[in-house]
Each structure stands twice: as structure tokens, then as C-alpha cells.
Design a protein around this ligand. Structure first.
Ligand code: FES
Length: 205
């Protein structure tokens, strides 16, 4: 669905993402096959977060599986992390390789300002836009070292919480959108009651 070549010029960037999804959807055909990659196209491009909520049913997401949904025209990675993945995210050896292990920079809501960068440790929710020049990082579900995301354009690496590894061209962690999880439903585009997070004020998309 996304070009697998190593040529940076051939890699998808943010503006190309919807085009790629359209092509992918048309070529795959049946909605049942599309779902793991694209759960919903309800999100609308634009700046009005309140008008762009996307609901995702988490009940079909298996441990270790990731789906991509579209919110405001951007890909959002929704990942169900395994217990092993959660242990690896707390590994001091990994933390030592990260540029911003504690999410000190304003790249996420306050409820995701933690080691797992999420409201619920089991579920990762991140905007899939590389904070270097906007390509779409690839999911690399390899247990052990190297598990996470690799940007095909210039090699930036992120862990399974979207934290960027030091030495990458990207300087910032993947953004986390406002969201809330209630039962088995994830709603992207709306934070929990009382949340004042503004996605428009994050440091880098
Ligand atoms: S756009 Fe991702 S490393 Fe350059």
C-alpha cells in the first residue's frame, strides 16, 4: 500500500497519504480486508478538532497489531502493545537512547506525558507523521531491539511509544492527538472531560 522502495523521493509524505489510501482501498476492494489498515475515513481535513472526531472499535485489535485510521487527513497509528513491548519501553537501556524519554516537549496531551505516551499503557495512539520532513514511518513489530517505527525517507527511528531515538534526523517524538478511551471504543479528536490540550499548539507535526 505504501511504496516500499528505498528512494527517499519515492516515499509517501503527509500530503500524499490520502491519495495512497484511496489507491490502496480501490485495489483491495472488500471492506473487511481494508479494516486492519484503514478503520475509518470519517476524519475531515482541517483545523477544527471538534468537528473531526473519529471512533475506533478496539475490540478486534489483537495484541501486537496496529491499524491506521485517518484523522483530519493525517494517518494515526493505533497499536495494541503486548506485555513484552510494555516491558521493553521501560528498559533503561532503551531510555538511554532516546532524545526525549519523558516526553518533556509539548508533543502530547498531559495524560500521555509518561513513559508509554498514552492514556492506557496497552494502547498507543500517535500521528504517523515523521517530525523531520513529514514522511510516514513504517511499523516494525520486531520483538527486541529495533522494534518500533522506521522512517523510510531519512532513517529516523521511533520506539513503540513514538519516542525518537537520538541520532535520528527527526528531533521530536511523534505527536499524540487528543483522544479518550471508553470501554472498547477509542475516540480520536476529543480528550477526557476537563482536558485543555490543544493539538494546534504542539511543537512539531
Ligand atoms: S522525513 Fe522522516 S527522517 Fe526525514
Amino acid at each position: 500500500m505504501i511504496d516500499e522502495t528505498d528512494d527517499p523521493a519515492a516515499q509517501p509524505v503527509r500530503r500524499d497519504f490520502l491519495t495512497l489510501l484511496t489507491v490502496a482501498t480501490a485495489s483491495v476492494g472488500a471492506a473487511a480486508f481494508v479494516w486492519p489498515f484503514l478503520d475509518s475515513l470519517n476524519g475531515a481535513a482541517g483545523d477544527d478538532v471538534a468537528d473531526s472526531r473519529v471512533d475506533v472499535d478496539l475490540s478486534h485489535l489483537a495484541p501486537g497489531q496496529q491499524i491506521v485510521v485517518v484523522w483530519r487527513g493525517d494517518p494515526v497509528f493505533v497499536l495494541r502493545r503486548t506485555p513484552e513491548a510494555l516491558r521493553s519501553l521501560q528498559d533503561p537501556a532503551l531510555a538511554a537512547q532516546l532524545r526525549d524519554p519523558r516526553s518533556a516537549e509539548y508533543q502530547q496531551p498531559d495524560y500521555a506525558e509518561n513513559w508509554h505516551r498514552s492514556a492506557v499503557p496497552e494502547f498507543g495512539v500517535m500521528v504517523g507523521i515523521c517530525t523531520h520532513l513529514g514522511c510516514v514511518p513504517r511499523f516494525r513489530p520486531r520483538p527486541g531491539s529495533g522494534e518500533g517505527y522506521l522512517c523510510p525517507c531519512h532513517g529516523s527511528r521511533f520506539d513503540l511509544a513514538g519516542r525518537v531515538l537520538a541520532g535520528s534526523p527527526a528531533l521530536y517524538n511523534l505527536p499524540v492527538p487528543p483522544y479518550v478511551i471508553a470501554g472498547q471504543t477509542l475516540r480520536i479528536g476529543e480528550g477526557p472531560p476537563g482536558s485543555r490540550f490543544s493539538f494546534g499548539n504542539i511543537v512539531r507535526l
